[in-house]
Design a protein. Structure first.
Length: 153
């Protein structure tokens, strides 16, 4: 009976281990609770659902920000801005509260649309939405590296 229990326990552990290896543990973004969460950089309440941002570190820690400039300032201060293993997310201006990849997003700088910290950069998941915004409202199209440089100024 003891041998059977040991074999049984070992087979259960082996099954769990194999299942864990094949399913992995992917860290998903955590929705920003606008009006309740505070920015992990400037400590202001995250209130505008068109401008939030999130960082998921390579270790799975999630940080939330009220704007892209707070995300970038934090990442620059931690010297992680260029690390591909960090997951930088930004809210899509055309789909409030939806987090998208900051590295592949499309950006516009337009002073008529005030962001929480005053950089006035809005992000879009796709270029079509960006072009519609620019055609309607004006502004200068920016790339991810240009947004980083603008934040540094």
């Amino acid at each position: 009976m003891i041998k059977y229990l040991n074999y049984y326990n070992i087979s259960i552990l082996l099954t769990i281990t194999i299942f864990s290896i094949f399913t992995g543990c992917k860290i998903e973004p955590e929705p920003i609770d606008f009006g309740k969460d505070t920015c992990d950089h400037c400590r202001m309440m995250i209130s505008d659902n068109r401008y939030g941002a999130e960082l998921i570190t390579d270790k799975g820690k999630i940080y939330k920000y009220d704007s892209i400039e707070c995300l970038i300032d934090y990442a620059l201060g931690q010297n992680i801005i260029g690390e591909s293993k960090q997951n930088f997310l930004i809210v899509d201006f055309s789909q409030p509260e939806k987090l998208v990849n900051a590295r592949t997003a499309f950006y516009v700088h337009n002073n008529e649309f005030r962001s929480p910290m005053g950089l006035n950069v809005s992000a879009f998941e796709n270029e079509t939405d960006l072009q519609v915004f620019i055609k309607t409202n004006g502004g200068k199209k920016l790339s991810w590296p240009e947004v980083i440089e603008l934040t540094k100024q």
